[in-house]
Design a protein around this ligand. Structure first.
Ligand code: SF4
Ligand code: SF4
Length: 437
């Protein structure tokens, strides 16, 4: 699928395929006439609708509220009217969504930001929660929970994740180049939450020299804030890898970064924090890369949450050949989309179209016990053993082998000469373990 150049233990180096979009400025995407808001576009409990069919909404109106500690509010990204609340195709499969008809007036709620001098820890956390911010690098964990770690987990290091190691993805890259000042302002707000903070590091892969330069310039007056250039390797951007690379600390199995006194946040998330706290703006739009060989004119688009994928592909000139596969995310960690009606959510970094050739991984054969999948696993799992346990229905064994620690980087599937669908099986094992619990 992607040509392997070289690998080292725990890492691989796929061709990053970023050249078609990495230098393209972000442009505002067109807005469709109907938008689809999944109630579950984050990790945790689905949001609970607070609007009903026929209700009028504006940009920023809360459509659904958080329904528990680990959940997030969802806001309308257009003005108009609630058309339906029903199941639609989403990146997580068929799921409950709120459908909004756009009246094309773009009326906004009044966004009230907080003045710097009135900001307290509680006000900052409340603003982040009310804005519905979740990890925008794809993890979609509610940010307010991440920024309020368990008592005893003191934070001395904030790591801003600008690695963006997934092939084809350039949305964070462009945000770093074009909105570096907003990222730094978001970091300055976040640091107030951690009185014992000693150090802030922005980690960026060395294939983005312009992003490194932009953030070095924007942060030059802060002596405890540094920009660290990271050697381009996959999956450099996984939380555990970043923490190890930057601090030398190892997150324990099943543990959170806060257990080793770190908080890791994606660059777009930090920018969203600035916009929520200072401008009062909820998370209703984000930057998405639309790329891949079958796309006529790839772009980095500023997209309203809820926009169907095929509407965006149309803005990129459509396809120059029938695509073999459509992914939300890149080819390593992305999820296959059943069709182009699936909407953009808070965690959509990239829409990637693959050719038939790229999508066809080849026929599966027996494991030849080459150990390659073990060598490349960045969290030291034994992917083949977990995969086999899942295939035999031995879910408890898969759990004991550490399936839940898998970060779903896809390196094992990518490297496997026998084309065994290791990631697919491990994802299946994780789902079965969760269901059992
Ligand atoms: S997908 Fe999971 S098991 Fe496979 S290499 Fe990545 S972390 Fe390891
Ligand atoms: S990489 Fe594939 S063939 Fe090699 S040990 Fe792992 S599963 Fe078996």
């Amino acid at each position: 699928m992607i040509q392997l150049i070289k690998k080292q233990l725990g890492f691989i180096h796929p061709d990053d395929k970023k050249e078609r979009t990495e230098s393209l400025c972000i442009v505002e995407g067109k807005v469709p006439s109907v938008l689809v808001f999944p109630l579950s576009m984050h990790i945790g409990a689905p949001a609970e609708p607070v609007k009903k069919i026929g209700d009028k909404v504006k940009i920023g109106t809360v459509l659904a509220k958080a329904s528990g500690k680990i959940s997030a509010a969802i806001h309308s990204s257009v003005s108009g009217e609630v058309l339906a609340i029903e199941k639609r195709q989403t990146v997580k499969g068929l799921a409950e969504c709120i459908i909004v008809k756009n009246d094309l007036k773009d009326e906004k709620e009044v966004f009230t930001g907080k003045a710097d001098k009135e900001l307290t820890r509680e006000l900052i956390l409340n603003a982040i929660q009310e804005a519905g911010i979740v990890g925008m690098g794809g993890a979609t964990f509610p940010t307010v929970v991440k920024l309020d770690p368990p008592p005893g987990d003191t934070i001395d290091t904030i790591i801003i994740n600008g690695a963006e190691c997934e092939p084809y993805s350039t949305s964070d890259h462009r945000v770093m180049v074009e909105y570096s000042d907003e990222i730094i302002k978001g970091i300055q707000l976040t640091r107030r939450l951690f009185p014992q903070l000693k150090r802030i590091v922005i980690g960026i892969e060395d294939n983005k020299p312009d992003a490194i330069k932009a953030l070095q310039l924007a942060s030059k007056e802060y002596s405890d804030l540094s920009v660290q250039s990271l050697r381009t390797m996959y999956p450099r951007g996984s939380e555990k890898n970043l923490i190890q690379d930057i601090t030398g600390r190892e997150v324990p199995t099943g543990g959170l970064p806060s257990a080793v006194h770190c908080v890791v946040m994606n660059t777009s998330t930090v920018r969203a924090i600035y916009r929520a706290v200072t401008l009062g703006e909820p998370l209703y739009q984000r930057v998405v890369s639309i790329s891949g060989t079958p796309i006529v004119e790839p772009k980095n688009l500023l997209v309203r949450i809820g926009t169907p994928v095929d509407f965006l592909i149309e803005q990129c000139g459509g396809f120059n050949m029938p695509p073999g596969k459509l992914l939300s995310g890149g080819p390593m960690m992305g999820k296959t989309l059943v069709d182009g009606s699936v909407p953009i959510t808070k965690g959509t970094t990239t829409i990637n179209a693959l050719t038939f050739e790229e999508a066809h991984v080849g026929n599966t054969s027996d494991c030849i016990m080459c150990s390659e999948c073990l060598n490349v696993c960045p969290v030291n799992l034994q992917p083949i053993l977990i995969s086999e346990a899942f295939e035999r229905g031995e879910i408890e064994k898969a759990n004991k082998l550490g399936a839940m620690d898998c970060i779903e980087c896809g390196s094992c599937s990518y490297i496997c000469p026998s084309k065994i669908p290791l990631l697919e099986n491990i994802r299946g094992a994780k789902a079965a373990i969760k269901a059992k619990k």
